[in-house]
Design a protein around this ligand. Structure first.
Ligand code: COA
Ligand code: MG
Length: 325
């Protein structure tokens, strides 16, 4: 182990995170009654410029009136390059009471972006004597943000999670696709010619590097990595596959841009009974191994060692967290 201890952000269920435009008040109650773990009330790109002010008012009212139960509630503010942002923060924090848990920072580009927001939020919290400290979730969705992802992740003690905003990221990097988190038929390889055997074409995951890089930056700073949207909400199989590959890489959840994606996210990011049972067997086997003075043993014909304990503990902890809810 390094001498540097990585402090973990406060634990929260983040399997599904539902996007709700602040301009569509009729969706607020539906979102509150849904099974999503986190709701982000949006003031940014799902809200047209002429509706920004009204959306802000809608959200302030909803924070007082809507019963969101135990859900985590986040506010996606406008970008730091827009003049809407300061009022998003000032008005909602000053007038929205104590219900808000998180602020989601879109297009985070540098550590200084997070620092600037931390300063503003800290001043408002102090002036209003706010009891609950606001946490930050950052969307990594630009080339600049990806270049600085490590510094962004470490920029504030308020930081809780990093999110991969695949559509803006594609636009920012000049990726030749209009899909949102979907695979692209041009991203693949043709197997080499081999006599008369037919050549296969293998599709690849064009987001692998970006997502993987973000996961590492998040985990190295004790934050939750969360995968972003899957645009085709009529394709549950595509969503499930994208979510599973994110889960395998270490993400704790995925956005839902339509209510039909909530159950899919919750399903994929909850460990199955079989996975939990296997994890418990690994922990038991390692207890026995250590009693025998061994650091590595075989279970079902496979190696397990000290690292397996940590993997298994993560799985069991998640299952226990789920059962507690
Ligand atoms: N939150 C809560 N409820 C929602 C919802 C949301 N984000 N999106 C749709 N619903 C509700 C609808 O009101 C409808 O309810 P009903 O059955 O009581 O009538 C039901 O879910 C089915 O909705 P549907 O008619 O299929 O969708 P729509 O055409 O009304 O809206 C979208 C489709 C994509 C425009 C809408 O889901 C949406 O705005 N999603 C969020 C997009 C967003 O914020 N993007 C920014 C981040 S990438
Ligand atoms: Mg975006």
């Amino acid at each position: 182990m390094s001498f540097t201890i990585v402090e973990q952000a406060p634990a929260r269920m983040n399997r599904s995170e539902l996007a709700v435009p602040g301009s569509r008040v009729e969706l607020f109650e539906k979102a509150a009654k849904s099974a999503t773990d986190v709701i982000f009330l949006d003031l940014e790109d799902a809200v047209a410029p002429d509706q920004k002010e009204q959306a802000r008012k809608n959200i302030i009212q909803a924070l007082h009136d809507v019963d969101f139960g135990k859900k985590t509630i986040s506010l996606r503010i406008n970008g730091l390059d827009s003049h809407y942002m300061y009022r998003d923060v000032v008005d909602v924090l000053e007038q929205g009471g104590e219900r808000l848990d998180l602020i989601m920072i879109p297009k985070a580009g540098t550590a200084a972006d997070i620092y600037a927001l931390d300063m503003l939020v800290t001043q408002i919290e102090t002036a209003t004597n706010r009891k609950k400290r606001i946490g930050f979730e950052m969307i990594i969705e630009t080339a600049l943000g990806m270049q600085n992802v490590e510094a962004i992740a470490a920029a504030s003690p308020r930081n809780e999670s990093l999110h991969f905003g695949v559509a803006d990221y594609a636009a920012s990097t000049g990726a030749r696709t209009t899909g949102i988190g979907e695979p692209h038929p041009d991203y693949g390889i043709l197997t080499a010619a081999d006599g008369d055997r037919p050549r296969d074409y293998h599709w690849g995951d064009m987001w692998h590097y970006a997502l993987s890089r973000m996961v590492v930056a998040a985990r190295a700073n004790g934050l939750r990595p969360v995968d972003g949207p899957y645009g085709d909400f009529s394709d549950p199989d595509g969503y499930r596959a994208a979510a599973k590959r994110a889960a395998v890489m270490g993400c704790e959840g995925k956005w839902a841009i339509h209510p039909s994606q909530i159950a899919l996210g919750n399903e994929v990011f909850s460990p199955s009974e079989a996975e939990v049972a296997k994890a418990r067997r690994i922990l038991q086997a390692m207890v026995e191994a250590q009693a025998d003075g061994k650091g590595a043993v075989a279970l079902d014909g496979r190696l397990i060692d000290i690292a397996s304990i940590k993997q298994a503990e993560n799985m069991v902890r998640l299952a226990e967290q789920l059962n507690a809810d």
